[in-house]
Design a protein around this ligand. Structure first.
Ligand SMILES: O=C(O)C(=O)Cc1ccccc1
Length: 281
């Protein structure tokens, strides 16, 4: 199985994707749009993208790529996220990381490093590379990106990263949900959860209520609903909906048939049904 995810090596996405790669062989792209495109274009069998975080919410770029490209979702991976502050030494003037990681440590950074500037980079591992190259830069990332204290941690300034602090996320419940993306032809109806994207192409009072009633009437629990701009005009949206039923179930098929009627002037994309895997960060 050829797997592509957010790189370079050492990202949280890499750790999550490693759990689905046969021999741990994972390739990298530096944007989630690029990962979804690489699967849609047939370059890889599977792609792993972060889609939602318990502190910061949705990764909008992932939602938009899933709506735009011909792919399916075949699995979700949920992983706890524990961030470490990594640097060559305790003195630095910039913290570089993925925007979600910086946001997940907002309160910690404001309290402990109010005067340090923040630099958003493509991934946590890209921030780690910045910190290895430049002693004035610290990174936020998985603690395994540094030598453990007392085991290979370097002297200040030699390019080896030390763990300046661990568990710096603002909430201990910090967890991220990654979706495993496959070619559209591999869309499955089996699994306990399903993801769809609905674009009504219309706007009238009660439209959203009608969409939601299709699920409520059949006792289908929603686990998430997110609106994203359609990109066509201001105030025009698509809705990303995840629910607890498989497409193989009659109640799911009936709900979607009704939703397709509500969206007759737009479209409904069935990303597929899947199960959840939990991996330890
Ligand atoms: O940059 C990474 O390591 C990622 O995989 C994205 C991300 C960033 C912060 C928390 C979870 C995933």
């Amino acid at each position: 199985m050829q797997v592509v995810t957010l790189g370079p090596a050492g990202t949280y996405s890499h750790r999550a994707a490693g759990s689905i790669a046969d021999d741990g062989a994972v390739s990298f792209r530096e944007s989630v749009t690029g990962i979804v495109a690489a699967v849609a274009d047939g370059e890889f069998d599977r792609g792993g993208v972060p889609v939602e975080n318990s502190i910061e919410g949705s990764v909008d770029e992932s939602l938009d790529a899933l709506a735009d490209r011909a792919v399916s979702v075949v699995q979700e991976v949920v992983s706890p996220i524990r961030h470490a502050l990594l640097a060559q030494g305790p003195e630095f003037s910039t913290v570089a990381s993925h925007p979600q990681a910086l946001a997940q440590c907002r309160e910690y950074l404001a309290e402990h490093y109010p005067d340090v500037s923040q630099e958003a980079v493509a991934s946590t591992a890209r921030g780690v590379e910045r910190a290895r190259e430049d002693p004035s830069v610290a990174a936020i990332g998985h603690p395994a990106n540094a030598g453990s204290p007392g085991q290979g941690a370097g002297e200040d300034g030699d390019g080896t990263l030390q763990r300046i602090a661990e568990n710096i996320q603002d909430h201990d419940s910090n967890a991220t949900r990654f979706l495993v993306v496959a070619p559209e032809s591999e869309r499955s109806e089996a699994g306990g959860k399903t993801s769809i994207v609905a674009y009504p192409g219309a706007n009238y009072p009660g439209l959203l209520l009608e969409l939601l009633e299709s699920f409520a009437d059949r006792d289908i629990n929603l686990t998430r609903i997110e609106s994203r701009p359609s990109g066509r005009r201001l105030g025009d949206y698509c809705f990303h909906v995840d629910f607890e039923a498989g497409l193989y179930e009659a109640r799911a098929q009936e709900a979607l048939a009704e939703i397709e009627e509500v969206c007759a002037d737009g479209w409904v994309k069935r990303l597929g049904s899947y199960d959840t895997t939990h991996v330890v960060g």
